[in-house]
Design a protein around this ligand. Sequence first.
Ligand code: FES
Length: 566
Amino acid sequence: MAEEKKRGLLNGLTHYGDPDFAAYLRRSFARSMGYSEEMLGRPVVGITWTASGFNNCHRGVPELVEAVKRGVLAGGGLPLDFPVISLGEVFLNPTSLLYRNLMAMDVEEMIRAQPMDAVVLVGGCDKTLPALVMGAVSAGKPAIVLATGPMSTGRYHGERLGACTDCRRFWAQYRAGGLDDKQIAEIEGNLATTQGTCAVMGTASTMAILCEALGLMLPGGAAVPAVHADRLRQAEASGLRAAQLVGSALTFDRIITEGSVENALRVLLAISGSTNAVVHLAAIFGRLGMALDMDQLNRLSDETPVLVDLKPTGAHYMEDLHAAGGAPAVLRALRDQLNLGVATITGQTLGEVLEASDPWVDPTVVRPLDNPISPQGGLVALTGSLAPKGAILKRAAATPALFEREGRAVVFTSLDDLSRRIDDPELDVTPDDFLVLQNAGPLASGMPEAGYLPIPAKLARAGVKDMVRISDARMSGTAFGTIVLHVSPEAALGGPLGLVRQGDRIRLSVAGRRLDLLVEEAELARRRASFLAGPGVGAERGWRRLWRDHVLQAEQGCDLDVLRGA
Ligand code: FES
């Protein structure tokens, strides 16, 4: 009973020095919104409002929130939506990652500050699900994730298109002279034609599936297309479940355990998911005092096959995954490799959830364990003298012929330098060289998705499709190529990447999980002595100053040091 009194709108009163006055004032102001006394006496379920004119992927949020409210009301709760920062991937400068932690802080503080007993986290575009989960983990109240869902595909001259792998494919053709201005303009109008997140296994889809794998979302919720009626039913059911979670101890910190972390990593490898997920998982786990162990990732990668045939590495789109059985089909296929006793937000264990799921699967999209697309996982972590704290390569999206190579470094010292010189006909570059981009890490520039360095125009026109590319940047989950990312420590922090000079030799060994700079230590020491730290992404004030002073490197998820858990 005493517990009961702590719930609802009168929880967490505003401090006026007189709690009775604070309760009276809050009741009065809440009544001004037209709710009945019965409604105002209910437990409160908050719903994050992430619709924004700057976020096309969240265009369906208003309708989803209405459906969530139906579920909350059916569960006996009072649904109250509240705005939090919304991050539309392509509308943010310099890059959305710079604002993920700001959104996570907003989410955490607003969940904690406002009188809600549980919360439905509605989001989808790349950084929003990680930010929502990070904030909710730290806030510690019962929560459930609802994804906005993926876009449906479009058509161009009979060909099926989906953002954003096809965006890149056609842009590469355009750069190489294979498409004219009129054609690329027509394609531009057909790449993203519905609400929802990118239609392939990009970062948004990867994070939605990982939320489901971690048990933070209702079963089947990751892959339902944004425009499908099932998406609204998921929303309603999420609202109902959130109302049922009021007073429950089933908070995210109880669900995200070593067992579910291992499950999430396995699923990431089996879906050949986005490299960005490694950064986001590290940040989420860091909120709970856990690390993302790169050795564990490599171990799991060796024994976890790629089962899901989706672009950018495969043939299908997210709407096909939904039709093929969705994330539950992937989890069932991996069943023998998963920790089935872990908790989920449903109150059932993962094993019980899978037992209850529809057993149908389309094996052309979700392969069985004994007939995988590839016997090993999609990602590998690298270390070596060029990346002492690690780097990531999506081998499933790379060219195996480039895996065991030594090459000459062609160095770009910044994003500006890259855009100035990459298409210069005089650029001294051959297809066997390694393109190196410096100062695109978290501190230097907010770690933009610039690791997908374009093939120099003169090589692209000559038919070169892939080269080894190395940077401290990230890459879009929808991109592909032999691209080494997240090199840590970053160049701007004095990492060896910043000491690479034009013409140095670099050795990549995917089999050995190594990335080495083949320069004598004495020479590196000489270069280190004259190293000058850059100014960092920011300015001297506000959020960018906080970022500059507190941001951690990629292996710690680029979270702020002051936000990590014990
Ligand atoms: Fe929002 Fe791709 S731009 S998910």
